[in-house]
Design a protein around this ligand. Structure first.
Ligand code: XIL
Length: 449
């Protein structure tokens, strides 16, 4: 999307009417007003978590499945397609009025083993069948597809990655995949997507040349995705110029997988640098007319792929482990032309203390505060005991325990908690020597501060 709503209406009406500046309350509202996408990589399995769902619902106007449309998810066995997870994301996009971005049809990673075992002829047939079947299934729902992902080498010299597709099918496989995708879904925009191409360099120039050649040869291609898995403090100074040179070839560009990682743990200085980096990326995109928008690779640091792949690194997204909006969130909002009120971090705050302890017993005191904006008419506090403790008699609450998972529910007389209100409760428990406080709490299924 790149057409500000106001201009679209004004163009239809033939006059420009100044709209009163309404206070935007989300990144999605700000982005939509600017005619750009603010997207998020979605894991449909996390939508059961209230804080995750609320942020996904309200803050983004585009979703891309983080994993659900990849080859291993859609065709784990040759010829047997499973679209359940991808359909969930597509249905979510439709229900919430968001654009759906498809990721990804041909990629060397998350590729089932059977693909690598095929000879060249069978591989070519399988690749074309995969592209055709998946793109046909989501036809009319997906706005753009990452048709081919990460086709260029990690060494950054602009050579092709020696994937099974490259090795067995040769250079032509990319054009073949794009042609098959166009035939299957003529309405979807077709993108090539890669990382470490945000700057002007050998790798981005190789993709630039490919796009230029495709355009000259009539191979269908509409867009280039710049993943932008960036390192703190390293937004390339020539990123805007790089996006612009691609746009000048006659394709759309977009930032597709933005995260900005740092050595963990984060601190105020790093978070401020990260905010300035996020601001720079969004500003670079907005400065290029053909830049369609920016997608962040996940809702919360809690579930980001970064710590698993880059040990010691993390904190790369806009919301932290407890769903508190980070400085980068405000920076993105400002880059999109507004200031927004960051969503209440968690809606709840919990203090937990051991009031007294003896032999193998203890008494715990807890306060839960409703930091959200709506009243609770009943509450459930959840936490885990990591050291084998058990919960016994509780007051101002009823307690249950299953394994390490403890649940405390309101009593009849303290079910209602107004915004800003708090309840105090406590319980007697047992321990076996060590008695650490629970590491995290949820209230009504939402993580608490
Ligand atoms: C990552 C997902 O975030 C992880 O959950 C998964 O385990 C591995 O893939 N480039 C891409 C994305 O194009 O598909 C990758 O996503 C991150 C790097």
């Amino acid at each position: 999307m790149r057409l500000p709503a106001l201009i679209a209406i004004a163009a239809l009406a033939g006059t420009l009417v100044a709209a009163p500046a309404a206070a935007a309350t989300s990144l999605a509202q700000l982005a939509t007003a600017k005619g750009v996408d603010i997207g998020v990589a979605l894991d449909p399995n996390r939508l059961g978590e209230a804080a995750y769902k609320t942020i996904a619902d309200t803050e983004f106007n585009l979703v891309v499945p983080e994993n659900a449309m990849k080859w291993d998810a859609t065709e784990p066995t040759q010829g047997q397609f499973t679209f359940t997870a991808g359909d969930t994301v597509a249905a979510y996009a439709a229900q919430t009025g968001k654009e759906l971005y498809g990721h990804t049809l041909v990629w060397h990673s998350q590729l089932p083993n059977w693909v690598s075992g095929l000879d060249a002829t069978a591989l070519r047939t399988a690749m074309l069948n995969h592209v055709t079947t998946v793109a046909t299934h989501f036809k009319g729902k997906v706005g753009s597809w990452d048709v081919v992902n990460e086709a260029f080498s990690d060494n950054g010299d602009g050579s092709r990655r020696s994937s099974v597709f490259q090795t067995k099918l040769g250079d032509g496989y990319i054009a073949d995949a794009f042609r098959a995708a166009r035939a299957a879904d003529p309405g979807a925009k077709l993108c090539i997507n890669d990382y470490s191409i945000e700057n002007i360099g050998a790798k981005s120039t190789a993709i630039y040349n490919l796009v230029r050649d495709f355009k000259a040869q009539g191979v269908p291609i509409d867009c280039v995705g710049f993943q932008a898995h960036l390192i703190l403090g390293q937004v390339p100074g020539d990123m805007r110029a790089n996006l612009q040179r691609f746009a000048d070839l006659g394709v759309d560009v977009r930032v597709t997988e933005l995260d900005i990682r740092m050595a963990t743990p984060p601190d105020a200085t790093k978070l401020a640098q990260q905010a300035s980096d996020y601001r720079a990326v969004v500003t670079n995109c907005l400065a290029v007319t053909r830049c369609q928008g920016v997608t962040v690779w996940g809702v919360t640091d809690k579930y980001s792929w970064i710590p698993g792949v880059f040990p010691g690194q993390g904190a790369a997204l806009l919301w932290d482990d407890n769903y508190a909006a980070k400085p980068a969130y405000q920076a993105v909002a400002e880059a999109l032309g507004g200031t927004t009120t960051p969503p209440a971090p968690a809606g709840c705050e919990v203090t937990y203390s051991v009031a007294s302890q003896w032999n193998n017993g203890f008494t715990a005191a807890i306060t839960i505060t409703n930091t959200g904006s709506t009243a609770w008419s009943g509450w459930t506090l959840g936490f885990a005991f990591a050291a084998g403790q058990t919960v016994g008699q509780a007051w101002n609450a009823t307690s249950t325990q299953s394994g390490s998972a403890v649940t405390l529910r309101n009593a009849s007389y303290n079910a209602t908690v107004a915004p800003g209100g708090a309840v105090s409760l406590g319980f007697n428990g047992t321990h076996t020597g060590s008695n650490p406080a629970p590491a995290a709490f949820t209230a009504n299924g939402t993580a608490c501060a």
